[in-house]
Design a protein around this ligand. Structure first.
Ligand SMILES: Cc1cc2nc3c(=O)[nH]c(=O)nc-3n(C[C@H](O)[C@H](O)[C@H](O)COP(=O)(O)O)c2cc1C
Length: 179
């Protein structure tokens, strides 16, 4: 079983990418989780789409997503909402023929610096992915607050309770994929 993971943060020491690495550590043996690189996706521009079509970077990402059995997203909260770059990526993806969120088992989690830990963002992201017909895992909800203090100097997630929740989320995604 192949799961494609997308981090909502592109920075090298991202806590959200750290949560995805934790998911890889917690995944059952026969479940492969790969972290996608979507950093080449440009800003959506309807003129570009009309003149040149969907960019190759978007087509390649959509193909990668379509080829996966499920998607695991870990996204931070920016100004109480979805980070612009990540939302922009979903907007481009939504323009691809046979867009890959449609019917795809998809799980969401997130890490943020505040104690609220992406709660507000996740409900907005669920709404957006609902528009794209993603088959969303509803529970457990994984909100990692105060995230910057929960990684050691090697980038390892040190919150055992949070780690357990991530493992349970991966199991729920695997169950949805099998169903
Ligand atoms: C533009 C911007 C807006 C932010 N807004 C919020 C916010 O609304 N809530 C919050 O908890 N953290 C907010 N933060 C802090 C992020 O939670 C923090 O930078 C976090 O580490 C980002 O995730 P990352 O570690 O995966 O990059 C914001 C950060 C940036 C850069």
């Amino acid at each position: 079983m192949n799961i494609l993971a997308l981090s909502g943060s592109l920075r090298s020491t991202s806590t959200n990418t750290g949560l995805l690495r934790t998911a890889i550590e917690e995944a059952p043996k026969n479940v492969n989780i790969e972290i996608a690189d979507w950093s080449a996706v440009p800003i959506y521009n309807g003129d570009v789409e009309a003149e040149d079509g969907v960019p190759a970077s978007v087509i390649a990402l959509a193909d990668q997503m379509r080829g996966a059995d499920g998607l695991l997203l870990s996204v931070p909260e920016y100004n109480f909402s979805i980070p612009g770059g990540f939302k922009n990526m979903t907007d481009w993806i939504s323009r691809v023929e046979d867009q890959p969120f449609g019917g795809k088992p998809t799980a969401i989690m997130g890490a943020a610096a505040s104690p609220m830990g992406t709660g507000r963002m996740q409900y907005e992201l669920r709404k957006v992915l609902g528009a794209l017909n993603a088959d969303l895992v509803l529970k457990p909800e994984v909100f990692v607050g105060l995230a910057l203090s929960k990684f050691d100097e090697h980038g390892k997630f040190t919150d055992d309770a949070g780690r357990k929740f991530i493992g349970t989320l991966v199991e729920a995604l695997v169950t949805k994929i099998r169903a």
